[in-house]
Every structure is written in structure tokens, then in C-alpha cells.
Design a protein around this ligand. Structure first.
Ligand code: WT7
Length: 635
């Protein structure tokens, strides 16, 4: 039996038991056998959830890029590491070998150093899905700089908030990006963002769309000539196991985005191990995860996990609907994709178009299908299973979070029998608990509760950048000595988990994690708005859509409601990004509040979902009549 490569359900149970009975011994074995260390650890694990403080492989020294690249040069130098599939199907794909990746990463690492970046500095990466994005991430890791990738769909305001929060010294961007038939002026967004950032000294600009852009003297530099002049070798910085690898921002239910900090060694070990097992990746397989690297899915399962295993990983620049809704299927057939990993929102959008786009393409290479980002509904699950996997490819429904770094609950392909809408069993080393409202663990099967994790796993985020107290309050204060996920879940009769959705004020729209408070704060900035409240309503493609209730200031003038709706959404696009736009905006004279002034979102959610048969107790409301008014005018 191999700990590293699980192939049967009995093996899973055996290895799982070992991993919870002796976590240190188990992870030590995995770490020892499958990675390159410059110095061995002194201690496998020390942890205290009350502080919280978690350390894995303390004392060890390594560089993650040696594990992702250098060690493969012996046997896989000519193997493709990354296949770049451009936005336009007319532009040829690029196959970047491990050797080429090594050189490109070293060159950029040398450029970063020459521009004053050193170990511990933060570098903001604001790039579309082009090879430079992968190379930038790895170049930072090569020299021990901490990368902070900001999804290139975020607005200038969201970008500057993130740059300032972690005081990035450098931004790496492009002259623009392609998105279907459109181009986006990324450099313009960076320029606007940097008006509010004094920490940035240098902006490196890759050329992608060849548009005319402004280059600010003394700050902005074209990347290509610098790379041409740079050396093709760069000694890796030897890092401590617990040095930060990256910061990645995620929205919280309140306040500014949280810069989740992941550290090197534990993250590496867990991501590589989950990738190998869950997707059952074999040498020569071609693996494709359609996520953007701006999210954790891309960090862990486009870059670090696949490369640590010497895999071939596709980076797709485009969108599923361009030039038509057959693009995903075309790319699968073209590159003979073996493992395909996407989000329920994409599956639903494609299912809506029927099977005519699928039928044109040969999908017989597919061995494993993955789903991530939100609960997958039964209909989408079956459509995926029937039409994409032809009922032969197991679907791994992978539950995890930015904070968890890697996949936590998921089938292991071919080992775990799947069940529609269920993420099934905890992965090796993961100890989930369902909690009731009084803080007690709910034991046994056929129960539901709030999902917590009882024991540290190697890739848990270690802190929130600059705000450890918030890290403690958000994740370790709701339940004593447990990590609280913010999700609800149920456990069925055989112990399979089904994630039922967020239990806090986070709404998942098209797989994007959106906090209600930052959106409400933005709406309230509109001069005509007095107050607002956002709730999620079911949406057949996006999973959830945003529904806003807005009260206006009494200025005596009448305003055109449609114009106001437009202005509010423009404001949201500007401040946060188009993903946070509201589908519906209902104006109302007041919001239902408790006597202590708390907005009753529960009631608003039911009204917006037209589920008003049982609104629950409204007697504690300050102004019960407002409920009737809101019900009468629901959109
Ligand atoms: C939240 C985390 C994990 C990478 C992408 C999202 C929801 C994620 C699933 C799934 C049900 C899921 C949860 C979680 N979620 N995967 N397979 N089934 N829900 O990362 O932006 O940090 O969001 O996404 O609600 O808490 P994220």
C-alpha cells in the first residue's frame, strides 16, 4: 500500500485512519518521500487554535520552485508543463516545457531582483490568464518575494485597496487583456489604482494586446527588453517552511477584504498530495482547470499542485462562450484533456445551450471531472455526468476555501463512490465536525449543522495579513478550539457530507465569494441612498443573484428609479467590479429592523425569494407594517 497514491476505497479508509491517529507521522512520511528539502524539519507540527498559531515542518528549509520545476529537469525537461490556450481559437496554443519554464522563471526572478525586490517584499500581480501570470508567481517564489495576485476583473478601487493593505512595492500587469470579443484596458485600471498607492515603486508591463498605453517615466517598464537582458539561471532563495508564500484576498461578511496568508511547506505538501490523489493524475495526462489564477483554485490547482507533480496543466485565457458555447469542448478535444475541473455556474450556463455544441467534439479523453466553488445542484450534476463524462468519468465535487488552501472534502476519483450533490468524504488528514447552535458537536449520521474542522491540516492559512485578531475572531472564536468554515453541511447515513451553503452574510454568485457589507457600503455612498440591504436569491445559472433593498433620502425631489438602479450598479462596478452588480433593486420606504436597529435580513431574503408563507416572528420588529409594503412591491 502506498500512502502517496490511493487507488481503492479500502486504501482510503486505511490511510485516513492513519492520518488522524498519527497526523505528524503521516504527514512526515508524505513530506519525506515526495519533496525536495534543503534542510529537514525539527518538528512536524505545533499548533494552538486559541492563539491561533499553526506551524508545519518548522525548521525545514526549501524553495517551492525547486519542487515545482528544478527537480523535474532530470526526467521531464522536455515535457510540457503549461499549455497556454489563447482567447482566440485562431491563435496557436503554446506548449511551455519544464525546461522553458525554468528559464522564464529564472529570467523574471533576475529582473525582480534587479528592480530591488527581495525576500519578504510583496509583489502585486494583476494579469490576465497568460503565461506571464504563472511565470510571475513562480519568479516571486523563486526569490522569496510574497505574491499577491489580484483577479484582473477587479476594479481600480478594489486593486488599490489590496495593494495598500499589503504595501506592495511592485505591480506586474499588461497593456491590456482579451475577454471574448472585447479588450480590457488593464494598464489604465492600474494607473487609476496607483493614484492612491504610494508604496509602489515599479510597474512591469507585459505586452499582450499591443494597445497604446501611458508609461509613467521612472515607474513603468516594459517587461520584454528586461527579460531579454536577464540571465537564465537564478539560484533559489532558501526559505523557512513557515515563511509566507503568498497573500490572497477574499471577501468577508464585513469590512475590507481579508488578505489570507499561506506559508510554504505545509501548503506545498498538501496541495501536491490532494492534486495527485483526488484527480488521480498519471504521467502523460493532460489536466485542465478552468478557474482564473486570480482565485485560490488557480493558485493551488493550476500552478502549484500540478507542477509539484510534474503534470501538464492548461491555462485558458478565454471564456466558455467565445467564439461560441462549444469552446470548452473544443479545447478538451484539441488537447485531449484527461481531467477537467470547472465550476457549477459554468456547467449550468453551458447546459442551458443544450448538447448541440458538445456533439461536435470528441470528449473521449476525459477520465475525471471536477466541480468547485459552490454547491452543485442535482440537475447540473447529472448533465455533467451524462453529457461530458458520458457516465464513465467520476465527478469529484471538491469542497474547500481560500482559507483552507487545498481541497478538504471530496471524492477520490475511482476510489470513492460518488453521490450527486455530495462532496462525500473528508480528505486524508481532515477532521470535520458538525456543530449545533449551542456549540456542541453533533455526532452520528443523518444530521446537519455548522461545519468546523477540529484539527490543523498542512495548508490552513496562518493569519490575515496585518490583522491577526481578525483571523482569530473570524475563524476560531465561534466554536472553541475549532476552525469555523462559515458553511452549513449535512452528513448522510453513510457519513457523506453535503455542503448546504453559507450560514453567514457571504453570498456565492457564479462561484465568487461576495460579502454583503462591502456592497451595501458602496450603495450607501450614492448621494440619494439612505440605507440598503442585500440578499441572495436563487438564479438558474449563477447559483445566487444579488437582490438589493434600498431606501432613499427624503430630499423632496422625485428621482427616476431606473436611472437610480443604473447609477447604483455603475457605482458597484467602479468600486468593486462587475461581479458584484445587483440583479434586482427594490426601493422601499424603510427596512425591517429589530428594536435594537438590526436589519432583519432573514425576512428580506424570504420576501425576495417569494417564500412568504412563513416569515417567522415579526413581532419584535420596530415597524411591522413595512413588511407588507415590501411584500406588495417585490420584484
Ligand atoms: C466557499 C469558499 C474553493 C475554491 C473556490 C472558492 C463554497 C466551494 C464548494 C463545493 C459547496 C462550495 C463554500 C466555501 N464552496 N466549493 N464543492 N460545494 N460549496 O473559494 O472564494 O474562498 O469560497 O465556496 O461556501 O465556503 P472561496
Amino acid at each position: 500500500m502506498s500512502n502517496y497514491h490511493i487507488k481503492h476505497l479500502e486504501e482510503y479508509f486505511q490511510v485516513y485512519r492513519k492520518s488522524v491517529q498519527n497526523p505528524e507521522g503521516f504527514w512526515e512520511e508524505v513530506a519525506e518521500e515526495h519533496f525536495l528539502w534543503r534542510k529537514r524539519w525539527d518538528r512536524v507540527l505545533s499548533w494552538d487554535f486559541t492563539k491561533p498559531e499553526i506551524k508545519w515542518f518548522e525548521g525545514a528549509k526549501l524553495n517551492i520552485t525547486e519542487n515545482c520545476i528544478d527537480r523535474h529537469l532530470v526526467t521531464r525537461a522536455k515535457k510540457t508543463a503549461i499549455i497556454f490556450e489563447p482567447n482566440s481559437p485562431d491563435e496557436p496554443a503554446q506548449h511551455i516545457t519544464y525546461r522553458e519554464l525554468y528559464e522564464r522563471v529564472c529570467k523574471l526572478a533576475n529582473v525582480l531582483k534587479s528592480k530591488g525586490i527581495s525576500k519578504g517584499d510583496r509583489v502585486c500581480i494583476y494579469l490576465p490568464m497568460i503565461p506571464e501570470l504563472a511565470v510571475s508567481i513562480l519568479a516571486c517564489a523563486r526569490i522569496g518575494a510574497i505574491h499577491s495576485v489580484v483577479f484582473a476583473g477587479f476594479s481600480s478601487n478594489a486593486l488599490s485597496t489590496r495593494i495598500n493593505d499589503s504595501e506592495c512595492k511592485m505591480v506586474i500587469t499588461t497593456d491590456g487583456s482579451y475577454r471574448g470579443s472585447k479588450t480590457i484596458d488593464l494598464k489604465g485600471i492600474v494607473d487609476t489604482a496607483l493614484e492612491d498607492c504610494s508604496c509602489v515603486e515599479t510597474v512591469l508591463v507585459a505586452k499582450r494586446i499591443h494597445s497604446g498605453i501611458n508609461m509613467k517615466e521612472g515607474r513603468d517598464l516594459w517587461l520584454a527588453p528586461l527579460l531579454d537582458a536577464a540571465g537564465t539561471d537564478c539560484e533559489p532563495e532558501i526559505m523557512d517552511a513557515e515563511d509566507p508564500l503568498f497573500i490572497l484576498y477574499t471577501s468577508g461578511s464585513t469590512g475590507k477584504p481579508k488578505g489570507m496568508v499561506h506559508t510554504i511547506a505545509g501548503y506545498m505538501v498538501f496541495i501536491a498530495y490532494t492534486f495527485k490523489n483526488i484527480f488521480q493524475y498519471r504521467e502523460e495526462d493532460v489536466y485542465w482547470c478552468t478557474a482564473d489564477i486570480g482565485w485560490i483554485t488557480g493558485h493551488s490547482y493550476i500552478i502549484y499542485g500540478p507542477l509539484c507533480n510534474g503534470a501538464t496543466s492548461i491555462m485558458f485565457e478565454g471564456i466558455p462562450s467565445y467564439p461560441d458555447f462549444g469552446r470548452f469542448w473544443e479545447v478538451i478535444a484539441k488537447h485531449k484533456v484527461n481531467q477537467f475541473y470547472t465550476a457549477p455556474t459554468a456547467i449550468r450556463a453551458l447546459a442551458k445551450e443544450g448538447v448541440k455544441y458538445l456533439e461536435k467534439h470528441d470528449l473521449s479523453s476525459i477520465k475525471v471531472l471536477g466541480s468547485v466553488g459552490e454547491p452543485i445542484n442535482e440537475e447540473a450534476w447529472h448533465w455533467y455526468d451524462d453529457n461530458v463524462g458520458k457516465k464513465k468519468a467520476p465527478i469529484v465535487d471538491t469542497w474547500w476555501q481560500t482559507e483552507t488552501g487545498g481541497i478538504m472534502i471530496s471524492p477520490i476519483a475511482f476510489a470513492t463512490p460518488t453521490k450527486p450533490t455530495y462532496a462525500t468524504l473528508p480528505f486524508i488528514g481532515i477532521q470535520p465536525a458538525l456543530m449545533d447552535e449551542n456549540g456542541n458537536e453533533i455526532l452520528g449520521n443523518q444530521v446537519d449543522g455548522r461545519l468546523c474542522i477540529k484539527f490543523p491540516w498542512p495548508s490552513i492559512a496562518r493569519t490575515i495579513w496585518g490583522d491577526h485578531q481578525r483571523y482569530k475572531d473570524t475563524y476560531f472564536s465561534a466554536y472553541e478550539n475549532k476552525y469555523f468554515t462559515g458553511d452549513g453541511a449535512l452528513r448522510d447515513e453513510v457519513g457523506y457530507y453535503r455542503i448546504t451553503g453559507r450560514v453567514d452574510d457571504v453570498i456565492i454568485v457564479s462561484g465568487h465569494n461576495l460579502g454583503t457589507a462591502p456592497i451595501e457600503d458602496t450603495i450607501n455612498e450614492h448621494p440619494a441612498v439612505a440605507e440598503s440591504a442585500i440578499v441572495g436569491i436563487p438564479h438558474d445559472v449563477k447559483g445566487n443573484a444579488l437582490y438589493g433593498f434600498v431606501t432613499l433620502k427624503d430630499t423632496g425631489e422625485t428621482r427616476n428609479q431606473d436611472n437610480l438602479r443604473k447609477e447604483i450598479n455603475e457605482l458597484i462596478t467602479e468600486q468593486i467590479g462587475p461581479i458584484a452588480k445587483l440583479d434586482k433593486i427594490q426601493f422601499t420606504s424603510a427596512l425591517p429592523k429589530t428594536r435594537s436597529g438590526k436589519i432583519m435580513r432573514r425576512i428580506l431574503r424570504k420576501i425576495a425569494c417569494r417564500d412568504t408563507a412563513n416569515l417567522g416572528d415579526t413581532s419584535t420588529l420596530l415597524d411591522p407594517e413595512v413588511v407588507q409594503e415590501i411584500k406588495d412591491n417585490v420584484l
